[in-house]
Design a protein around this ligand. Sequence first.
Ligand SMILES: *Cc1c(COP(=O)(O)O)cnc(C)c1O
Length: 215
Amino acid sequence: MKLSEISDRIEKARAGANIWENVKLLAVSKNVDTNAVENLFSQGQIDFGENRVQELKRKCEILVDLPLKWHFIGTLQKNKINQLITLKPVLWQSCNSFELAVAVDKRLDYRLDTLLEINVANEDSKSGISADEAIDTYRKIKAECKNLNLVGVMSIGAHSDDLKEIIKSFELTYKIFENLQKSGAAICSMGMSADFETAIKCGSNMVRLGRILYA
Ligand SMILES: *Cc1c(COP(=O)(O)O)cnc(C)c1O
């Protein structure tokens, strides 16, 4: 689908919800090659997301001449921490434990904007902090990891055919986010190709879209 069509759908959902003045689109490029990234860039897209450090590095190197902003959205292996830090992503969206936060914080020599990943539907297949522990963990990271600049939360909606379950998971993420706004949270990253309009209605201000951009 053309970027302009997706942007129109995001804008329509945003206007309907009328919670935010702007909802940001992160283009997830994990399943496409650099030519698809260049194509989206030529349509005005700047923010891109990858879920593997090795692939992020590869694309960064090939596309070094483009003024792109890279987000890291995948599970971060301990042995890839240094490499990720070197790549200086604009946002690390997938900080999924206190322990990992400490490990990254220790190695950082600059402040890295970071989101806490919440496993809001409590699914074994997903990583992230449980909804129950999210607020405490966020505050603890904020207090103890001075090189991590926590700026919000990220979640993946419930994996379900039942729209009610999906809505419930987004509403819970948004509730946690609202609670953390007084601790500086500004980004509520939720919504993917299958559910981004629902996520925006529930308060998302950043959607992460992959498949739909290339369909
Ligand atoms: C792959 C991925 C996306 C994009 O998913 P699509 O269904 O392709 O839109 C978003 N967020 C994360 C964390 C992902 O891994």
